[in-house]
Design a protein around this ligand. Structure first.
Ligand SMILES: [Zn+2]
Length: 376
């Protein structure tokens, strides 16, 4: 397959007008004579790598935490149709027996070779979080950081766990970071940590922050907290929910300026109502009402978003983030954050040929998965 006429994303150059060739499911080098017999005209369109969402819970009425094979398959199909070609779904705070089921389900899904977006990882958002900053996580099921439990979950997921979120002030958290930092991306999350505690965890090897600003102390002038600590630690990437609800447009712009385009990871943090009509849903066992883009618990706590990652990318651009920077955050940095950038996130030769064609208004026109055009 040869894509012609489009403006093609390049991590260094932004967008360049060039041709792209896909062969045997990979990006192939056609700099010489092209051997592709089929041509796709992308004139007037943007061609970007398929996105990777490292933090979403559900969509289309299903939630990863349901631990349900059929539901996960539906989620993967929906995400693919939205140009999110790699998924790393997030589990909520649940009892260990339920998290084990969720992890086993992910491993079985991957082994089954079912269709849809490729499941490239699992994000354990719970249960090692702070009660005071639990947000929409169920407080009854929180647990102190526990290396043995973590390894039981990793085993159940057959090594798919790529991110573990934790509150660094919880008992045993620093030892936990030391013990697992080389096998997983440790992310600071749902925390009351101040600057010093957050800095200590980052110095020990944590290198990611879960939904920056949400479920953590504010970035204050005498108390810069997790946000300030992350800013000072150059290796650390920060997730940003850009659904237009969780973070003010001015703060989205500020984060891209402060951290630079290479350290922001756009995430959707969607719950099961994404891709569904308004109504009553649940998240991690709690009732959630969805009205437009807002998903909230009964007490008004924001509970995940209802917009997928492609919607978040479009929202970021509407807030003034250059398209190339938003794509960097949603395709490049996300893949780097979970260690899969060698296979995804750019059109380097030999990478998996996952691509999205966006029209001039950034609507998904076509999705290519392993070099094949997806029926939308
Ligand atoms: Zn969260």
């Amino acid at each position: 397959m040869r894509l012609i006429g489009g403006k093609v994303f390049d991590p260094e150059l932004g967008f360049v007008e060039k041709e792209l060739c896909f062969a045997d499911g990979q990006v192939s080098d056609c700099s010489g004579s092209c051997c592709c017999d089929e041509t796709y005209d992308a004139s007037g369109c943007w061609v970007i790598p398929g996105l990777t969402d490292v933090h979403f819970h559900g969509c289309k009425g299903h939630d990863f935490s349901d631990g349900d094979a059929e539901g996960l398959a539906v989620m993967a199909e929906y995400e693919l149709s939205r140009g999110v070609t790699q998924i790393c779904p997030a589990g909520m705070t649940l009892l260990e027996e339920d998290l084990l089921k969720v992890c086993r389900n992910a491993a079985e899904h991957r082994r089954s070779g079912k269709g849809g977006a490729e499941l490239v990882g699992v994000h354990l958002e719970g249960p090692f979080l702070s009660y005071a900053k639990r947000g929409a996580q169920n407080g009854a099921w929180l647990h102190a950081p526990d290396v043995d439990m973590f390894h039981r979950l990793v085993d159940a997921a057959e090594g798919l766990v790529k991110i573990v979120s934790l509150a660094p002030e919880e008992p045993g958290a620093m030892d936990f970071v030391r013990a697992v930092k080389d096998e997983v991306t440790v992310s600071l999350a749902h925390t009351t940590a101040n600057y010093d505690i957050a800095s200590e965890a980052l110095a020990l090897g944590a290198r990611h922050v879960t939904h920056l600003f949400n479920a953590m102390p504010a970035f204050a002038h005498r108390d810069p907290g997790v946000v300030g600590a992350a800013l000072d630690d150059e290796k650390t990437r920060v997730e940003l929910i850009c659904d237009g609800i969780h973070i003010h447009p001015g703060m989205v712009r500020a984060v891209f300026k402060m951290f630079g385009k290479d350290r922001v990871v756009l995430i959707s943090d969607t719950m099961r109502a994404a891709g569904m009509p308004d109504g009553d849903y649940t998240l991690g066992g709690q009732a959630v009402k969805v009205t437009g883009k807002l998903a909230a618990l009964e007490d008004g706590t924001i509970a995940g978003s209802a917009t997928d990652l492609m919607g978040c990318l479009k929202t970021a651009v509407s807030f003034g983030i250059p398209l190339a920077d938003a794509v960097t955050a949603a395709a490049v940095n996300s893949a780097k954050a979970i260690g899969v950038y060698d296979r995804f996130g750019s059109f380097d030769c030999g990478k998996v040929a996952n691509a999205v064609v966006l029209d001039a208004d950034l609507n998904v026109k076509d999705v290519f998965f392993r070099g094949q055009r997806v029926e939308l």
